[in-house]
Design a protein around this ligand. Sequence first.
Ligand SMILES: *Cc1c(COP(=O)(O)O)cnc(C)c1O
Length: 398
Amino acid sequence: MPLANGRSYLAIPGPSVVPDAVLRAMHRAAPNIYEGELPDMMPGIVADLKRVARTDHFAAIYMGNGHAAWEAALANTLAAGDRVLLLATGFFAHGWAQVAKARGIEVDTLDFGNGGPVDAGRVTEALRQDKAHQIKAVLAVHVDTSSSNRNAFAPLRAVLDDLEHPALLIADCIAGMGCDRFEMDASGVDVAITASQKGLMCPPGLGFVFFNDRAAAARRAQARVSAYWDWTPRAEPQAFWQYSGGTAPTHHLYGLRAALNMIHAEGMEAIWARHAALARAIWAAVEHWGQSGPMRLNIADPSLRSHAVTAIHIGKPHGTALRRWCEERAGVTLGIGLGLGTEDDPQSEGVFRIGHMGHVNAHMVLGVLGVIEAGLAALAIPHRPGGVAAAAQAIAAA
Ligand SMILES: *Cc1c(COP(=O)(O)O)cnc(C)c1O
């Protein structure tokens, strides 16, 4: 019998759950964009965004999603004909490569597969061969949302510094920022991007680009940057929306203000710790279920797993059946598998993902896991019962 009526729950890895405080902040009459509260709010928003990215440098806001931030990061630092080294650890890195290629950028891809992080040794090898410094930037994804692995950037910065290679280090932090520890300045990242609808708990529609002085110098060296993507005026908190960026995304900015208030009231360290503890509960459940039956976490080594999203193998046709059951019978929407296809399962139908990014607490995670366990039983998918109890133990221990 369907038991889905009641408040539905979106457990996909973005868009994430939007807090009521954010929704309330957006529910208002259209504000004046030229003076008053909204423009006055901008310097504080920019300062608080930089605290999320852990950077003292610059932040530019775009009306756009993560794809817009991808485009913006490239448009300001690279020209057609420039070469980049892409470190691929999943589906999203390849998507970013397509955006780069469409801009005429030459992309050398080092593919590390879907099961783990970048191998700094291979990066060293590739960069060492680039004696002429033709590679202008190294692109890597912090958390690849398809595979749920996590990359560290300090080791990549160390590789570049050891080789005295001048390439910029550009990080896609769209899934991980505000969930998994990321410290832009401390890890030597030159450009970091994110978007509003994951760890930042807002609806999709804002893209953010953080950049340092080296990246600003690369921007100044460009012969031209299209007016919309140019980050120079956008990094001026007071002026940018009125005079250069077009109409401000008014309601999104009110929502973002509320989200940043929540983020800094909790504190970045506490947020990272909360995501880590909730992720451990999810892993405990999946590992328990998987003791008998097909379930398995995509990333074997816990130290390499994201705390924002978890990709789970369950096999075809169970993945699709389980997602359908959870949504139709219990009001929980799980994420589809992405980019983990095999010859037998090209569409990754045997994979599902749980998003646990942003406005997520213990009762939400236990609710999702409880629904999954009910679905496993209802569909007679082989598993060891008791995963929810294992998750509860992990939460009790946190
Ligand atoms: C979600 C996501 C994107 C794409 O963001 P959109 O807002 O859908 O354009 C890119 N990279 C990563 C790592 C993501 O998680």
